[in-house]
Design a protein around this ligand. Structure first.
Ligand code: SF4
Length: 261
């Protein structure tokens, strides 16, 4: 576990985990996996958004290099689905332009730009360089805490992790939980061929930085070109021993067990 700055420690992530809630979510996700695990992604999203969690589910999107696929699928079943974008204030301008272009192209009506609290930034990262000393604390401040607040009131969230990303993602269940709410990994089983085919079919635009060789794009200080012969995410936090941002372990620790968006 990485060192945590005293200021960042003062930022609380929601209430402590409730063991009864965890048991309830264990049972619910087991039932949902039995019912929906084999369902094609579009039908699964339709069921989750328009029926099972109607009005209580959001999509969390990075608007990164692969994000358009899931955004497109969600827009096909309900354009009014809340979409949460974590604006860390450290993104490339190209990502922000791409976000705006995709919103327009897909007709999404409820994209929420979530920024870190100014008072939290002032206390924990007044010079904006926390990422260089403690990237885990920076992700916590700019992603984990804002996401938990943005998801307050939702019973479930959708994300775009896939088994083909490898590592801990290779065994992703379609539906899981984070001890607080359900997580729908709606395209967990998609292969690269399926992604490419759907991308073409829907005429989805590429993130502008793909043309320069970027295969995964996050915040500017923590994104570089992928290393030759290594995975798509090898350019993320390349200067650190860090692979994930921590939003999939919302228990307030830095233990990343299941990957980022
Ligand atoms: S990816 Fe880098 S800049 Fe962005 S929140 Fe994490 S440590 Fe900070």
């Amino acid at each position: 576990m990485a060192e945590i700055s005293p200021q960042a420690m003062e930022i609380a992530v929601g209430a402590p985990v409730d063991p009864d809630k965890v048991k309830e979510l264990d049972a619910l996700t087991a039932t949902l996996n039995t019912q929906y695990d084999e369902m094609p992604s579009l039908e699964l999203l339709d069921a989750m958004i328009n029926n099972v969690f109607k009005g209580k589910i959001a999509l969390v999107s990075s608007f990164g290099t692969e994000a358009a696929l899931l955004l497109s699928l969600v827009s096909q079943v309900n354009k009014n689905t809340p979409v949460i974008f974590l604006d860390t204030l450290k993104h490339f301008p190209e990502t922000l332009e791409y976000r705006d272009d995709l919103i327009k192209k897909l007709g999404l009506t409820d994209v929420r730009n979530i920024e870190p609290e100014p008072s939290a930034l002032k206390a924990a990262d007044p010079d904006g360089d926390l990422w260089s000393r403690n990237p885990d604390a920076c992700c916590y401040l700019r992603k984990v805490v804002p996401l938990e607040e943005a998801l307050s009131g939702f019973d479930a969230w959708i994300n775009g992790r896939k088994r083909i990303h490898g590592g801990s993602r290779s065994k992703l269940d379609t539906i899981e939980h984070d001890d607080r709410r359900v997580k729908v990994n709606a395209i967990a089983d998609w292969t690269q061929e399926m992604i490419d085919e759907e991308w073409q079919k829907q005429g989805l635009p590429e993130h502008p930085m793909v043309q320069w060789g970027y295969t995964s794009v996050g915040c500017k200080p923590c994104t570089s070109l992928p290393k030759p012969g290594e995975g798509k995410r090898s350019g993320r936090w390349a200067q650190f021993d860090k692979q994930e941002c921590g939003i999939h372990s919302l228990d307030g620790t830095w233990e990343d067990t299941s990957g980022g968006i």
